[in-house]
Design a protein around this ligand. Structure first.
Ligand code: C5P
Length: 241
């Protein structure tokens, strides 16, 4: 398949036109950034790890009734997706307190959040992704009240599916971020589901296997990402025989 024109270059992915008007091509690059681009590096193979994990989860979620933009992989770091009108919301679900809510609010790191907490941030790097409540989301006209209800319900469904999945792998699904977009008259899960956009802790040692390894210099981030890929591959060998 021919790559069309480069449409958008994000911090870790590039988006290209495809031969079809209603499809796009996403390239997962090896770039890694943190703290809104202040910390930047590149790790060979990182794009392929995130692409493989995202493709696996999009497929897993589809099989469990969640509609996503995923169509197919072109190579190990390139994905064909449905072209969405993205909704500028970062929808975050949290099962355990970590990261920004521990900084901003009197939660203790590691505190279990049951039921899970959903936080919705406005996607705008220049404004520092400010937190929105439901009234602000509606007042800004980002989605209708019904769409917001659906987005939250789908996020909770994804959370439950992935929490149970990672639990089987010996990992705690601490939190994650998803983004949605409109496609025809439906809302689909877009963007990615990877170690860049979630927190995963070892159940026993609480060791991180996600971007926090990079953010806070907790060790070798590629070793951490490789471990998650290896665990998913093991799961596949057992379940997809
Ligand atoms: O930084 P914070 O604690 O709010 O992040 C919550 C979760 O959302 C983390 O898993 C983080 O990796 C993810 N996130 C993201 N992209 C952002 C902000 C947060 O993937 N812009």
């Amino acid at each position: 398949m021919e790559f069309g024109e480069l449409l958008y270059e994000g911090k870790a992915k590039s988006l290209y036109k495809s031969e079809k008007d209603d499809e796009l091509i996403t390239c997962f690059r090896d770039d890694m950034t943190a703290f809104n681009g202040v910390k930047k590096d590149s790790f060979q193979g990182k794009g392929a790890y995130n692409a493989a994990v995202s493709a696996f989860f999009f497929d897993y979620l589809e099989k469990n009734g969640v509609k996503t933009h995923f169509i197919k992989m072109l190579d190990d770091h390139t994905m064909v997706v449905k072209k969405l009108q993205m909704i500028p919301l970062e929808v975050i679900a949290r099962n355990v307190a970590a990261g920004s809510i521990v900084k901003k609010l009197p939660f203790k790191e590691g505190q279990v959040l049951n039921p899970p907490v959903i936080v919705t941030d406005y996607k705008d790097d220049e404004k520092g992704d400010p937190s929105l409540n439901d009234d602000l989301i509606i007042a800004l006209g980002l989605v209708t009240p019904e769409e917001l209800k659906e987005i939250k319900a789908v996020t909770l469904k994804i959370n439950k599916l992935l929490y149970e999945f990672f639990d089987e792998l010996g990992l705690i699904f601490v939190d994650f971020k998803v983004e949605f977009g409109r496609y025809k008259d439906t809302i689909l899960l877009g963007d990615e589901i990877s170690m860049d956009s979630m927190r995963l802790w070892d159940k026993k040692t609480r060791e991180s296997f996600d971007k926090d390894v990079y953010r806070f210099n907790k060790g070798d981030v590629m070793t951490a990402y490789a471990k998650v890929v290896e665990k998913i591959d093991e799961w596949k060998r057992e379940h997809l025989k």
